[in-house]
Design a protein around this ligand. Structure first.
Ligand SMILES: [Zn+2]
Length: 47
C-alpha cells in the first residue's frame, strides 16, 4: 500500500530546507513560491 501525503499534511510541518512556516508554501531562494514542497519537508511530514 502506497502512502501519499496530502498537500495539507505537508504544509502542516515547517520546511527544513527553506524554513517555510507551517501553513506556508515553500519558497525559492529568490522568494518566489515553489509549486511543490521540498523533499525534506515531505519526509518530515510522513513521521
Ligand atoms: Zn521548503
Amino acid at each position: 500500500m502506497k502512502k501519499e501525503l496530502s498537500p495539507k499534511q505537508i504544509l502542516a510541518v515547517r520546511c527544513p530546507t527553506c524554513a517555510a512556516a507551517p501553513g506556508e508554501k515553500c519558497e525559492l531562494n529568490n522568494g518566489q513560491p515553489r509549486n511543490n514542497p521540498h523533499l525534506d519537508r515531505r519526509l518530515i511530514a510522513k513521521d
